[in-house]
Structure formats: structure tokens, C-alpha cells
Design a protein around this ligand. Structure first.
Ligand code: SF4
Ligand code: SF4
Length: 425
């Protein structure tokens, strides 16, 4: 029995079913990632992390729980501020799941007409096939969309959950309300960890998280170049790992990769052929290991140069103002960043997202935009109306696609995306 198997058994996982996932994931990763040519050497670290995704980091988390009494807090949305957990000496980890493997398990407790991200997350929990769900001391949900709201009720029957009530508008009173939610969250996290959030610890946590964002911004900036030194799928992978990894180590590894990309920039190295069409993706998140669209686009003569998504620019673009001197000011700054600068389709109106897509399309010199909707995500699907209208007005070619975690639509997507890229030529 391997060390990982022993760990999974001790976590009470369904090891036999989980073994099936362990068999297919390396194959999928190999097909999407290891077939690429001229990858930067700095990707080795991220390959290693994802290569043993259910082994390395879970083992590290368990060690920190056992030896240092740390608490692990699992979250499902980028509106939930990690800084609060870090400031209380806890560990924050993302739990959104991106594999079809977990969907049938989710469908046992949820309607089929629920988005795959929610179904996979609940499936991973109830099927006992994801170590991160087994390790967490607390799950934190939010009231962003109806599917999630009801899913949390089901999840909370089997686990300790805390829910943050996110406003759905961005008026002054909504910011006040979100500040209050963050204060309540601090109290809950202090209770769980047994540690106080202090001015010093919160300030430090804000800096740690901002440094991670700055490293990701630095990485994304390379995608604005004419010679793009890294593929879109590699950048997506890094964004996905950002949700799980130790933030300080992750920042260091991203910056190390960026140093290598600086050299590539000087030498005008590109991983794409000249004339490759530049595609901006917008829409619902692509949680790990959902690499389907990037693979299709980049195998069809396109380069993904930006993701206006929660697994992309939305996660890292805005920083938290670091000038707060006391807890009240810092909470205000957190609320400003986490409510004001994330343009999820759960908000009404959400014009800032449309403006962002146009701005990003210009900054990253996109030839075309693909608006991605996870099947049964009503809010992003509806907002697609404004995305397509605004792109038409701005003269930016755009198509909307709906997909899920299966491979059933892969051929159809290849045809549609291939034709779109062809049309851009
Ligand atoms: S799409 Fe909305 S609900 Fe989903 S992670 Fe992003 S902000 Fe949260
Ligand atoms: S993709 Fe849409 S439906 Fe699914 S969790 Fe996110 S906001 Fe909710």
C-alpha cells in the first residue's frame, strides 16, 4: 500500500472508487499538457503539484493540522476573503471541482439541471473521493447563485458549514452589509481556529494575498506580448493551483517562472506560431481539472490570451488597499476589493463586467472573444445577451458556447471553435 493510499484510508475515503480517478487523471494531464512543445522549465513545479494533487498538498495539510493544530477552511467562491483565514493562522483551500468524475455523485442529491461545478463539488464530498473535502475543518459557502444556496443546505446536513450572505448589488449600503459579513466571518474563523485576528496579522495576510495577486498579474502580462512565451493552458493550470497551494511558496514559484519568461521575452520566444489567433475567454469558472476548452482552442489554431473568469483575471487583478491601519479600515478595504472588484453575474446590474471584457480585449489584443457558459448556469447564460451585444457594438468577434464536464460535445465544440478561429483569419 502506498503512503497516499494509507492517508486516503485514514481520511475515510472510498479508496477503490478514487483509484479510478487516479488512473484517468494522469492520462488526461499528459494529453493536454505534456504534449506541448517548448514549455518553460518553470512549469515543472506546477506539473509536480498537479501530478500528485491528492497526495502532496493533502499530506502537507494533515501534517499542519496534526503538528501545529492548524485549521483548514474550504471555500467555493472568490468572494470569500482568504486573508481572514490566514490572519487567524488557518489555511484556506479552494474546493470547486472541475471533473465529470464527481458529477453523478452530485446528481444523487441535486437536480440534474444544476451546473456541473456544484454537482461535482457535492459529489466529491458525498462520494468521499476527494481528500480536500475530508480534511477541511469548515466549509464556507456563499449566496451567489440559487444552485449554490440550496446545495449548501444539503452539504450542511453532513458537514460544518458557514455561509456568507453576499449582496447582489453594489450600492453604498451593500458595501456596509458586506463589511458586516466580513466582521462576522472573522468572529467565526477566530472561534474555529482559537486564534485572534489582530491588526498585525490581518495586515500581513493582506500583503501575502496581494503578493500572490501581483505574481499572477506579472504572469498574465506576458500574454499581452506579440510573442507569447507561455501557453494559455499553462497559465490556466497555474490559476487553478493558486486555489490550493501554500500562498507564499506559490508566489515564489510563479515569480521564478516569470523570471524565465522575462528571458524568453528578451529573446522574443513564442510558444505559438506567428499569426495564431488571440482568444479571450469570459464566463463561468474552469475549475481543476477542466482543461477542455483551452485544449480545443489551442489545438485549433488559437491562443488563449486572457480569462475574464474567476479562474483568471477576476481572481488576481484587483489588490486590497494595504494602507488600512486598524481592523475597521482593513475590513473596509477588504469589502471594497471583494465586493467592488469582482464582477460575478450574480450582481445586478453588472455592467462593469462588460466594460472589463472590452478593456481586456484591447489590453491583450484579442482577435475574438468566446463567452463560456457551464450548462445550467442561468445567470451567466442570461448575461450572455449583454456580452454578445456589447462585443457586436465594439466590433469584437464573439461566440457564445455552452458546455459541461463531459467529452460528449468535444467534436461539436472543435467544429464550432475551429470555424470561429478560421473566420477570424
Ligand atoms: S462565478 Fe461567481 S459564484 Fe462562481 S466563483 Fe466566481 S464569483 Fe463566485
Ligand atoms: S457556474 Fe453559475 S450556477 Fe454554477 S456555481 Fe457558478 S454561478 Fe452558480
Amino acid at each position: 500500500m502506498t503512503d497516499n493510499h494509507l492517508m486516503w484510508e485514514n481520511l475515510g475515503m472510498d479508496v477503490k472508487t478514487h483509484d479510478i480517478l487516479c488512473e484517468v487523471l494522469p492520462q488526461a494531464f499528459g494529453d493536454v499538457y505534456l504534449t506541448q512543445e517548448n514549455r518553460p522549465n518553470g512549469m515543472d513545479y506546477f506539473n509536480m503539484v498537479v501530478g500528485d494533487i491528492h497526495g502532496l498538498r493533502p499530506a502537507e495539510l494533515i501534517k499542519l493540522q496534526e503538528e501545529e493544530g492548524k485549521k483548514v477552511v474550504g471555500t467555493f467562491c472568490i468572494h470569500v476573503p482568504d486573508e481572514v483565514v490566514f490572519a487567524a493562522g488557518g489555511i484556506a483551500t479552494g474546493l470547486c471541482s472541475g471533473s465529470q468524475f464527481w458529477v453523478p455523485g452530485g446528481e444523487k442529491v441535486l437536480p440534474t439541471a444544476t451546473c456541473p461545478l456544484i454537482k461535482a463539488s457535492l459529489g466529491a464530498h458525498f462520494d468521499k473521493t476527494c481528500p480536500f473535502f475530508r480534511i477541511c475543518d469548515l466549509f464556507v459557502g456563499e449566496t451567489t447563485c440559487d444552485g449554490k444556496k440550496k446545495a449548501w443546505e444539503i452539504l450542511s446536513e453532513d458537514a460544518e458549514m458557514y455561509i456568507m450572505d453576499i449582496p447582489q448589488m453594489k450600492r453604498p449600503q451593500d458595501f456596509k452589509k458586506w463589511e458586516e459579513e466580513i466582521r462576522n466571518y472573522i468572529t467565526k474563523i477566530e472561534e474555529i481556529t482559537g486564534n485572534k485576528v489582530t491588526e498585525e496579522s490581518l495586515k500581513e495576510a493582506i500583503v501575502i494575498s496581494n503578493n500572490k495577486r501581483k505574481a499572477l498579474q506579472r504572469l498574465n502580462n506576458f500574454r499581452k506580448l506579440d510573442n507569447i512565451p507561455i501557453s494559455g493552458r499553462d497559465v490556466l493550470l497555474i490559476h487553478q493551483i493558486a486555489f490550493y497551494d501554500d500562498p507564499t511558496r506559490f508566489t515564489e514559484m510563479v515569480n521564478k517562472l516569470c523570471d524565465e519568461l522575462d528571458k524568453r521575452k528578451e529573446e522574443e520566444v513564442s510558444v505559438f506560431e506567428k499569426g495564431t489567433k488571440r482568444i479571450l475567454l469570459t464566463g463561468t469558472p474552469l475549475s481543476i481539472p477542466n482543461w477542455k476548452l483551452h485544449q480545443i482552442i489551442e489545438n485549433s489554431g488559437g491562443a488563449v490570451i486572457c480569462e475574464e473568469m474567476c479562474t483568471g483575471i477576476r481572481y488576481c487583478e484587483a489588490l486590497v488597499d494595504e494602507s488600512g491601519e486598524n481592523i475597521d479600515e482593513m475590513v473596509e478595504n477588504l469589502a471594497e476589493r471583494y465586493l467592488g472588484h469582482i464582477n460575478c453575474a450574480c450582481f445586478t446590474p453588472n455592467k462593469a463586467r462588460i466594460d472589463d471584457i472590452i478593456r481586456l480585449a484591447k489590453e491583450y489584443k484579442a482577435d475574438g472573444v468566446i463567452d463560456v457558459n457551464l450548462k445550467f448556469c442561468n445567470i451567466y447564460d442570461t448575461e450572455g445577451y449583454f456580452v454578445e451585444k456589447a462585443m457586436a457594438e465594439a466590433g469584437i468577434p464573439c461566440i457564445g458556447i455552452e458546455t459541461d464536464y463531459t467529452d460528449e460535445d468535444a467534436e461539436q465544440l472543435k467544429t464550432r471553435i475551429g470555424a470561429f478561429i478560421e473566420m477570424l483569419s
